[in-house]
Design a protein around this ligand. Structure first.
Ligand SMILES: Nc1ncnc2c1ncn2[C@@H]1O[C@H](COP(=O)(O)OP(=O)(O)OP(=O)(O)O)[C@@H](O)[C@H]1O
Length: 329
């Protein structure tokens, strides 16, 4: 088990993390999510031992992870950290970069394992190309294979698919995350991309304003977000008064509604005026204002013109589900 206990950290006078507690089981896949600048990368660097904690302790099983003040070579040997800069050897080939950490005493195994990792990152055809000639996304994939070659017990990934185009991203994500699960590699991913989180993470930890503000299974967080901040990590969302959606409801409480959960109606529901519409392929993400001037995002099948007044409804099941959570917001 990885235990992060009471961790606090500041850069000079700027406190970034305050009394963080996280426990991660061996083989578990946990996503650290939160807005840009909330401290995700800092937390990964601290877990890897690249910086000294201001307060608190980190353990992997019974071994304490210590920072550079206590370790000449920072970075725990049973862990690997894939940062946003890739740490590759630019003047040798892709295959050589990957096999650098494999044992030369077993040449057949070295060849087979290098091949396996090249297939995993979908770069078999580039095996003999020098790394410096690759694109940023290709280099990121080599960096991934290079850390996997070292068979870490714990893998820390910082925005692992940030440089990779959408064309490849989905299959690569499935390859890599399935590989990590099958090999029981404990994985912590810092990301703001929901596609890294919902299909793959066993749990998500949400950081905001120096603290952990939510932790749960990703689908649980998505279905019942406890704040607009959490919902916004999954998509456009708005806070709506329950009595506007359910006219017979006698309450001033509000619930969170995702843009795709609204249905457009010509006559009844929450009245909004269209401001702007963004084509999204299957629908138009439509920005509107309600009668109190608050912004409401909803998905519409049609392109609605600026100034058009429409009414929005939400399925009763969704309202009831969120009402149960609304008291906690
Ligand atoms: N070396 C540094 N020196 C001083 N401040 C830093 C340093 N690195 C990060 N920070 C600050 O610490 C805060 C957290 O940064 P961090 O990179 O951990 O956030 P993040 O959640 O990973 O962001 P992103 O998603 O944009 O990568 C930010 O306010 C950032 O400006």
């Amino acid at each position: 088990m990885l235990r992060v206990e009471n961790l606090s950290f500041s850069y000079d006078d700027l406190e970034v993390l305050s009394f963080i507690d996280i426990r991660i089981q061996r083989g578990e896949h946990v996503a650290i999510i939160g807005e840009s600048g909330c401290g995700k990368s800092t937390l990964l660097k601290l877990i890897y031992g690249l910086m000294d904690l201001e307060h608190g302790e980190i353990f992997w099983e019974d071994e304490q992870i210590l920072g550079p003040a206590y370790n000449l070579v920072p970075g725990a040997p049973f862990m690997k950290y894939l940062s946003q800069d890739f740490d590759l050897m630019p003047f040798i080939t892709v295959a050589e970069n990957i096999s650098q950490y494999l044992s030369v005493f077993y040449p057949d195994e070295l060849k087979q394992r290098t091949q396996e990792l090249l297939e995993l990152i979908e770069l078999t055809d580039f095996a003999n190309k020098k790394v410096k000639t690759l694109s940023g996304g290709q280099q990121q994939r080599v960096a991934l294979a290079r850390v996997l070659a070292q068979k870490p017990e714990v893998l820390l990934l910082d925005e692992p698919f940030g440089h990779i185009d959408n064309f490849l991203k989905n299959s690569l994500r499935r390859n890599i995350f399935n590989y990590l699960k099958e090999n029981r590699i404990t994985t912590i991913v810092a990301t703001h991309d929901v596609h890294d989180v919902l299909p793959f993470a066993d749990r998500a930890v949400v950081l905001s304003n120096k603290e952990v503000i939510a932790r749960a299974r990703p689908m649980e967080l998505y279905r019942n977000p406890k704040s607009l901040y959490v919902a916004s990590l999954f998509g456009e969302a708005s806070m709506i008064a329950i009595d506007v959606l359910k006219t017979y409801a006698n309450t001033k409480r509000k619930i969170i509604v995702y843009a795709h959960e609204f249905r457009v109606s010509p006559s009844s529901g929450l009245q909004v005026t269209v401001e702007k519409a963004y084509p999204m392929g299957s629908h138009y993400l439509t920005e509107s204002k309600n009668e109190d001037g608050e912004t409401v995002f909803f998905n519409a099948e049609q392109l609605l013109p600026k100034g058009k007044v429409v009414y929005l409804n939400v399925a009763i099941e969704t309202i009831n589900q969120r009402i149960q959570e609304a008291t906690k917001i």
